[in-house]
Design a protein around this ligand. Structure first.
Ligand code: CA
Length: 244
């Protein structure tokens, strides 16, 4: 961002760089307290075209994962603040569609079985070959998209692979922001979702809460979706899509 554009739009001066999608369009969160491992995993996954965010402890990781719809989470188990198994249990409960690949120095059978029981889709013991982990992540994501994951709510079907929404048989392509806002709303269907939580999930944690980008994006979505799909405005609270 240039000094000139910052001067024109002072709001952006304290904007955290929002998560961006990699070439693959898929976004991965790496929760790992060892900075060296976090960094090389990030580089290896980015080299594969994924966008990667890192979290250095269980609490930060859990918060990020709950606020942003990641396509996959790589999770260490021995973590400060909140341990990995607790993070895994909460992730499975609150983001049931998000695959979690556990990487851990705890390679005993009891811990592995506990990991699978709590919802891990894969378990890679440390030390691991980076290529192997990246290959396993790729397989998990292919399996997920090959399954043709489609979310349904509010009379809409959102295809997570094609990134298009279908309403009454009419398919509409979405921009990246529109897709992510709609996905977030559909994943929280039936709940009132505040503008701030959408802002955090889609634009980044430190975006100016006074910004109206969420409202602008919802207006664009409504125009695209027409009257057969409803994104309800809940006065002074946010937005809601019916779970039906
Ligand atoms: Ca660790």
């Amino acid at each position: 961002m240039t000094a000139k554009s910052s001067a024109c739009h002072p709001i952006f001066i304290w904007l955290r760089v929002a998560p961006t999608k990699g070439e693959s369009g898929l976004h991965i969160l790496v929760i790992e307290d060892e900075p060296r491992i976090r960094a090389f995993l990030g580089r290896a996954l980015e080299a594969e075209g994924f966008a990667v965010d890192g979290a250095a402890d269980g609490l930060e990781g859990l918060r990020r994962a709950l606020e942003h719809p990641y396509d996959l989470v790589v999770l260490d188990l021995l973590l400060p603040r909140v341990d990995g198994l607790t993070v895994l249990r909460e992730l499975t409960r609150r983001c049931p569609g998000t695959p979690v690949v556990v990487v851990s120095a705890r390679s005993d059978l009891a811990t592995k079985l506990r990991g699978f029981e709590l919802g891990a889709c894969d378990y890679v013991p440390k030390p691991f070959a980076c290529d192997e982990l990246v290959a396993r992540v790729r397989v998990r994501l292919q399996a997920r998209s090959g399954g043709g994951a489609v979310l349904h709510a509010g009379g809409m079907s959102l295809d997570l692979t094609a990134r298009e929404v279908t309403v009454k048989g009419r398919a509409t392509a979405l921009s990246d922001r529109e897709f992510r806002v709609l996905r977030y709303l559909i994943e929280h269907a039936g709940e009132v979702v505040s503008r701030e939580s959408i802002l955090s999930a889609v634009w980044g944690y430190y975006f100016d809460p006074r910004s109206n980008v969420v409202d602008v994006c919802v207006r664009r979505l409504r125009r695209k979706l027409g009257t057969d799909a409803s994104i309800e405005t809940v006065r002074h609270a946010g937005y809601r899509i019916s779970a039906a």
